[in-house]
Design a protein around this ligand. Sequence first.
Ligand code: ASP
Length: 450
Amino acid sequence: MQVLKFGGTSVGSAENMRKVASIISDVNGIKIVVLSAMSGTTNSLVKISDFIKNDKRDRAFHEIDFLKLKYQAEVEELFYTEESLEKVNILLNYYFNSLVSKVQESYSSDLEKEVLAVGELLSTNIFQLFLEQEGFSSKLISALSFMKIDNQGKPDMEYISKSLTKILKKNQEEIIVTQGFICVNEAGKIDNLQRGGSDYTASLIGAAIQADQIQIFTDIDGMHNNDPRYVEDTFSVEEISFEEAAELAYFGAKILHPQSILPAKEYNIPVLVKNTFDPSSKGTLIHNSKTPDNKIRAIAAKDGITAIKIKSYRMLMAYGFLKKVFEVFEQHQTSIDMITTSEVAVSLTIDDDSRLNKIVQDLEGICNIEVENELSIICVAGDLSQNKSGITAEIFNCLKDIPIRMISYGGSNYNLSFLVKSKHKKNALNLLNHGLFNVNKKREIQVKAI
Ligand code: ASP
């Protein structure tokens, strides 16, 4: 069995929904199709819920009208039989009336979650009606009947697996359509898996039913070897391990959030990321088996980094110093990304500087500090096992004209990261692309094993 997930853009218009149906019909066997809300819808629903919260009900009604018009235009384009047009209009009226009545209720976080759920409920209902109109053997199954989180907000795998297996046994249809993102909580109320949670839904379903593969359809050709916004000759990476993908995700090469593919990784289900708008392109396969050796897979960068240099002649040699430093960050709920130490100084980076002033104040009590911002971390991910030689030389050879502020290597076998001033980022990415992936020369670095 396959799980196919389509994101907001993929189901964002009548035209795109037709493309999705054609992709699905080319996949053999039974498939579970997980859909996001149509693009822009969840953002609109967030606005509506904020208007309710802030008692701006008129603005909430206005947003609902605006959203309804958009849906009416799309369904008029998608449906042509009288029967399906009637069904889809009943459906739209039902969900938009339910939104109108929620605006009249008083705000609570339960109400907010009910409002947010409407996006995925609409897209899946519309899409399944469309499949019905086109004569596909399909069935809509509500994610609320099997996707459950516990009181910590964690998916209840046992419940999900049992309920889904039971439901699937009863259904013989070839295409099962369900909602991404939404779920029920311990109290049996509507909840969700956080924004962007539809990939997580697909991964949980894939794990729960031990699917052959999870295919995530998005609007790009899988993962690129470098950032196409700054580098011209990028290409899509055909294969990558879960570890390498997770390293890259933090750096913005985030085709998938690492947490969202964790269940697939744990249950050993390969994830194929494909492009809805170019389904013949291979996409990127993410899996647990070791990817072929000796390859740099990809490069990515993250901006908006602040470095904090902490110096203490008095305390660094003494044990407990780093603990004191880390406690400051813990207290201000700020996570540290990169860290390097010497005998007299520690440099570390953070990407969330919202509590920087307080952190600085507290650190000044225990050491001297220097803060630098407008920095970028560049990450080179691939097979960077530390029992090989030559790879770091290859990387830094590309960067001989770029001033480097910090280097982090050896934390895992898959990542070498370094920090540069953001103004050097584009140049560094291009130099690495040319040096490590020179398309004409070779796409892979051959690293000699010792
Ligand atoms: N519709 C939800 C969102 O926009 C979930 C998703 O699309 O993954 O966050």
